[in-house]
Design a protein around this ligand. Structure first.
Ligand SMILES: Cc1cc2nc3c(=O)[nH]c(=O)nc-3n(C[C@H](O)[C@H](O)[C@H](O)COP(=O)(O)OP(=O)(O)OC[C@H]3O[C@@H](n4cnc5c(N)ncnc54)[C@H](O)[C@@H]3O)c2cc1C
Length: 375
């Protein structure tokens, strides 16, 4: 039986561990805290699932396939992990990112509709769209219960035979020498046929990777009952780098920024939101949904992005059998169950990662994120 050590029980590491265990590998999953701990990016209360990625069809297809995978995982777990509320894109430019997304969705046969800004009032209790050229509706997009989904995935992995080891892993080898197919945890060296480092925002502390870590404040607002129906869609304003969704599970309506925050240290960084983030979110809400101006904050979370310069992920082999998987750039959650299958194929030697994921020089670009500009 082939063996693998996966370091990091966020959604990427947990999904990979589950997939490999279910396809015949002996899997050790090493996590310094617990699956779903609040410092990890995967422990956000919610994450969006959207297929629009501008002109890019690779991520669009993967996201569309992930929708089925999340629904199946929810059925297996006996709980709804994915809330399919639909998503509305607010397009400022007539020929920008949303237009490119609509073309890509059409080519891939992914359900969508181009609407007039005046139609926004049919989807939101109140809506102001006089600055918009059009709306792009993705009926099968929606909201993932992220922290819960991460805990469920890690739990299924353990039930499938994965050995979950608590401790902080460090690489063995490196520098002038190759990395060994081993990790050291609390002085003990664990060895396997393959090692995958899926360490999120901690990856640049362990390896030389082009990843910058930024503080991201996430805000949920207390809103009137009309906004708390399950039918309230998710929404993204790409040009304003603003996104959110209706109230899911009584946590309030999410309205937050995808613009990158200040540099951040994920282990010890202060987990309090900045007053400026609240002001900016309120200002956006008041512009787009006037009745929500002044809504109080109900719930907030601080999380971190692990950004590469071009928002493409990192999947590369740094020494024979030693793989890095990171740089999710704030758009990796939704893909996790399908990405796990892709990565399992790579670890098994059945396929190579796309060149876009290699540790090569990258040109700055943000078109894969939901962040066109800053607020
Ligand atoms: C504010 C915010 C909003 C986002 N919105 C979306 C969205 O709407 N849609 C979407 O698809 N994605 C979104 N994302 C991105 C998504 O959350 C991430 O892509 C995903 O959670 C990354 O998972 P991960 O497993 O790579 O990292 P993490 O969840 O951070 O997990 C890494 C794990 O590795 C562990 N670890 C690190 N180093 C070690 C070590 N040496 N030894 C042992 N354990 C270690 C850590 O403790 C951690 O548990 C968002 C991210 C943020 C921050």
């Amino acid at each position: 039986m082939k063996s693998v050590i996966v370091v990091g029980a966020g959604i990427w590491g947990s999904s990979l561990a589950l997939r490999l265990a279910e396809t015949g590998w002996r899997v050790t999953l090493v996590e310094q805290h617990t699956p779903g701990h609040v410092r990890q990016a995967s422990a956000g209360e919610t994450r969006l699932l959207r297929c629009s990625h501008g002109e890019d069809d690779w991520y669009a297809s993967m996201a569309f396939n992930a929708r089925d995978a999340w629904r199946e995982l929810g059925e297996r777990a006996g709980e709804e992990l994915y809330h399919e509320a639909g998503m509305m894109w607010f397009a400022v430019r007539p020929d920008g990112w949303e237009q490119a997304s609509a073309r890509t969705l059409a080519t891939l046969g992914i359900p969508h509709q181009v609407l007039d800004p005046a139609d926004g009032g049919r989807y939101f209790p109140d809506f102001r769209g006089d600055d918009l050229s059009f709306l792009l509706w993705e009926p099968q997009a929606g909201v993932l219960r992220a922290r819960r989904a991460t805990q469920v995935t890690a739990g299924l992995a353990v039930a499938a035979g994965v050995s979950l080891v608590r401790g902080r892993a460090v690489p063995v080898g490196g520098g002038a020498e190759p990395y060994e197919r081993a990790v050291e945890v609390d002085g003990e060296v664990l060895r396997a046929d393959r090692v995958v480092w899926a360490c999120g925002a901690w990856l640049p502390q362990l390896f030389d990777v082009p990843v910058s870590v930024t503080k991201q404040d996430t805000l949920h607002f207390a809103v009137p009952p009309a906004w708390t129906t399950p039918g309230t869609p998710a929404w993204v304003d790409y040009a304003a780098s603003a996104y959110g969704h209706g109230d899911v599970d009584g946590v309030g309506m999410k309205a937050t920024s995808d613009a990158e925050g200040e540099p951040y240290e994920p282990e010890n960084g202060v987990r309090q939101v900045d007053p400026g983030s609240v002001e900016r979110a309120r200002a956006y809400l008041g512009r787009r949904f006037p009745s929500l101006a002044g809504a109080p904050v109900l719930f907030s979370q601080v999380c971190q992005y692990a950004l590469t310069p071009d928002a493409e992920w990192i999947i590369d082999e740094v020494s024979p059998g030693v793989w890095l998987m990171g740089g999710d750039s704030g758009h990796g959650f939704k893909h996790a169950p399908v990405l796990a299958g892709y990565m399992a194929g790579i670890v098994s030697g059945e396929q190579e990662p796309e060149a876009r994921f290699w540790l090569a020089e990258r040109s700055p670009s943000r078109g894969l994120r939901t962040s066109g500009e800053s607020w």
